[in-house]
Write a protein that binds this ligand. Structure first.
Ligand SMILES: *Cc1c(COP(=O)(O)O)cnc(C)c1O
Length: 227
């Protein structure tokens, strides 16, 4: 199916979820996750009006960016990032969704070259061992310690829901992240305005929007996963 057709379906679902939660649909940005697909398919996404693209590997990111070469596109790095890869990635991205440790933050700060790097802190709400992300208990002290890193701005929080079909558990995960985000934003920290919530993927973006997502990261259901 064409990206534009899939996008129509996703936009309708987002609108519905926004109605349920009494939010304007413009509050929700779609990050098209192109990690599984070709450069050609990613370009089709851009031509369909998707101007936020997400990749989880440095080479995938850099290759797509070169091939697409469009200033309107914002680039999101969504995967776990090894510290030694930071210098390759930072010049190419607008948002990092996977800040989860001080050593990574220090490296990002060092490699920012005078830019402000917009970061989401990835939080492991579900507590699953396999998941990356900072444990909730460490969130506030982590934010405090980021204050001295002048090139890093915490724009929001990110999480991944646990692998389950249990809607209640997924919803609780998103709701908890929203609670943290509200709590942090209320502190009025200059280095961590924390207005955004990056949550929701192909299988759960509707729930995520109902619970307050401002960025949904959608791959399979939007551009596909088979090319
Ligand atoms: C792959 C990936 C996505 C998109 O996953 P889909 O289920 O294909 O929509 C979103 N977020 C992260 C962090 C990912 O790694």
């Amino acid at each position: 199916m064409k990206v534009s057709n899939k996008l129509d379906i996703i936009k309708k679902n987002i609108e519905k979820a926004c109605q349920v939660s009494d939010r304007p649909p413009e509050d929700v940005k779609i990050v098209a996750v192109t990690k599984y697909v070709s450069e050609k398919r990613a370009l089709e996404a851009v031509k369909s009006g998707l101007y936020h693209l997400g990749e989880n590997r440095p080479d995938g990111l850099i290759n797509k960016q070169e091939a697409i070469n469009d200033k309107r596109v914002s680039w999101h790095f969504i995967g776990s990032l090894q510290s030694r890869k930071v210098k390759d990635v930072i010049p190419h991205i607008d948002f990092l969704h996977s800040l989860d440790r001080m050593s990574l933050a220090e490296e990002v700060n060092k490699r920012a070259e005078g830019r402000i790097v917009k970061c989401f802190i990835q939080v492991n709400i579900s507590g699953e061992e396999s998941k990356h992300g900072l444990p909730e208990e460490e969130l506030m002290s982590f934010i405090k310690s980021l204050k001295s890193l002048e090139q890093i701005q915490i724009v929001g929080l990110m999480t991944m829901a646990p692998h389950t079909h249990n809607e209640k558990i997924i919803r609780q995960t998103f709701r908890r992240l929203k609670t943290w985000q509200t709590h942090i934003s209320e502190q009025g920290l200059n280095h961590a305005p924390c207005q955004e919530l990056s949550m929701g993927m192909s299988n759960d973006y509707g729930l995520a929007v109902e619970e307050g997502a401002t960025f949904v990261r959608i791959g399979s259901a939007l551009v596909g996963n088979d090319q």
